[in-house]
Write a protein that binds this ligand. Sequence first.
Ligand code: NAD
Length: 412
Amino acid sequence: MNNKNIQNPFQNGMAQLDKVTKIKNLNEEFVAKLRQPDRDIRISIPVKMDDGSLQIFEGYRVEYNNALGPYKGGIRYHKDTEINEVKALAFWMTLKCAVAGIPMGGGKGGITVDPKELSKNELERLSRGWVQKLAEVLGPKKDVPAPDVNTTGEVMAWMADEYAKITGDKTGATFTGKPLDKGGSAGRGRATGLGGFYVFDSLREQIGLPEKCKVVVQGFGNVGVNVAQSFIENGHKVIAISDSKGGVYNGDGLDIEKLIEHKKKNGSLSAFNGSKNLTNEELLETECDLLIPAAFENVINETNASKIKAKAILELANGPITPEADEILFKKSIPIVPDILANSGGVTVSYFEWEQNLKNEHWTEKEVFDKLLPIMNGAAQKTFKNAKEYSTDLRRGAFILALERISKKMGY
Ligand code: NAD
């Protein structure tokens, strides 16, 4: 590929692994095993469309590594989703579960589709079709999918229902991120954003940020909105936020609840009362204490890394910073709290949901967040300790934490 901005995310993941092997002595056989998923499955999903025609969609499930427990990871619906992206996300899931210290391995799934082009019935048939093709490899003790970009609780409920019909499994524990009345966990919707806030709060002083921060968020979906709300609830200001069409800026802080209403009414964030419109490029280059990419991969790359004016970055999207940009930001002494730590709150509460389903228990939101907080704090502080011990950045610190846990379990 000539354009360096169009990067293969799996190669990015492997480049990150390579960097770690330079500073940490790891068994060669172990590293070789970690360079490939246990299996990657590609399926075709025929779907009867509403007009009676048949359309075939391409779907994926990558089961990367299950040393620590059943494969775990979301399912992404996107027009650009392809096998290398799913492999990368499955690799990062493997490390993420290990960083959080939960007994889950790493997997990821997807379908190449723009869900906005499908009716609700077509989307349901597509989602059930994905399960029909993969039911034999899924299961509470085998492989446990969850939502990701463009897959909602409703999609998980269709999938769990289809899986129950095929296998007779009544636990509901094969899919997490289900709606509350269909066996979902309290707090799952807020978990990734709130978990990101807990990680930030644990590391704030250590990475040199002030008590009250000015925060910029890219992404206005599940993660972007929830993390913005968590920061505001805790006295910080979100001065800019964007979705795929662009963003808005207000140096005194945005009112996110009003902005949600505004987007519902107008279909976009632009022209929000008292704020200035911004492009996504401008948003990333806005001066702030903390920048939170919460949308997609590779948004901070060689072309814009030198223009970043944030004092620190909290990665809530998966893979938002390319390895080249990582180097540039490292030289600029901008600390990056890496995705495999910062967004691990989501999978941690997914694991809680799995546990509740298997034990037939229902925890309150308070119980869920009380269990989440020490896990996020512990992972953040162990990552920081590693980064200090190896005189390196937090990404490598988190990789070391994960790799030590996985290699031990694999007998290396
Ligand atoms: P989502 O589909 O709810 O939201 C994605 C948001 O990104 C939307 O607001 C969309 O408009 C915006 N967007 C798309 N392209 C953009 C662009 N070029 N610039 C700016 N904004 C853009 O997805 P989500 O669940 O919020 O996931 C966001 C990221 O967080 C993904 O990388 C996902 O893998 C990661 N993540 C999500 C979870 C979770 O629990 N949902 C957990 C861990 C990691």
